[in-house]
Design a binder for this molecule. Structure first.
Ligand SMILES: N[C@@H](CCC(=O)N[C@@H](CS)C(=O)NCC(=O)O)C(=O)O
Length: 211
């Protein structure tokens, strides 16, 4: 596997699931990387030096030599294309890559505005519509759970970046008051990802009283 000339820099916030999916993939690929913590509470992500890396003012961002890549799914695609030429994490066969892309879209849609947003409401008091986050989470997991009843991973018979895109906010969904009790296949899939070699966890946050 090719290796970067210098460690990849990951600009992240430790409690951000979007950041975690990038960190998890760097670790699973065994790539050298160093972490730069961005203090979202102090709005470091909106300062000119960070906006020069990502004009949307959001983590994660990676720097790999002179390549600056923002957006967690873009980072997954970049790392898979650059450092996994065998195409295991991002298959090249047309139907397989379409299947991966479908889950990346769900990660940027139902997952981001469902379980991820519910967690931001519960942990940080964000003023979003909590009922809508629960509706989106249910829409996602009522499809994902039966999908995982007959296969070990979302898009192939082994882990791909589709699994990494969905993992972090799903594993931490209970922190947003989204219970995974009704979804046994999703819970088994979480355990399979956590058993991958070089897996790194995201720090746990307290569960809300109503969870
Ligand atoms: N589409 C982006 C979303 C990233 C995102 O929402 N980042 C959040 C942390 S999880 C953030 O930086 N929020 C701070 C802000 O928007 O000011 C991605 O996939 O990377």
């Amino acid at each position: 596997m090719p290796a970067p000339a210098r460690p990849i820099r990951l600009h992240r916030f430790a409690l951000s699931g979007h950041s975690h999916r990038a960190e998890l993939f760097l670790s699973l690929l065994g790539l050298p990387f160093e972490v730069v913590d961005v203090d979202l509470v102090k709005r470091a992500q909106k300062q000119p030096d960070f906006l020069a890396k990502n004009p949307f003012g959001q983590v994660p961002v990676i720097e790999d030599g002179d390549a600056v890549i923002a957006d967690s799914n873009a980072i997954l695609v970049y790392l898979a294309t650059r450092y996994d030429p065998a195409g295991r994490w991002l298959p090249r066969e047309p139907r397989a890559v379409a299947e991966v892309q479908k889950w990346l879209s769900l990660a940027a849609g139902e997952l981001a505005f469902g379980p991820a947003e519910a967690r931001v409401i519960k942990l940080f008091g964000a003023k979003y519509d909590y009922e809508r986050t629960k509706t989106l989470a249910a829409r996602l997991y009522t499809v994902m759970d039966p999908h995982l009843a007959t296969r070990p991973f979302l898009a192939a018979d082994h882990a791909t970046i589709a699994d990494l895109a969905l993992y972090s906010y799903t594993a931490h969904a209970p922190e947003g008051g989204i219970s995974l009790e009704p979804y046994p296949n999703v819970r088994a899939w979480i355990a399979r990802i956590e058993a991958l070699s070089n897996f790194v966890p995201m720090p746990k946050s307290p569960l809300p009283a109503a969870a």
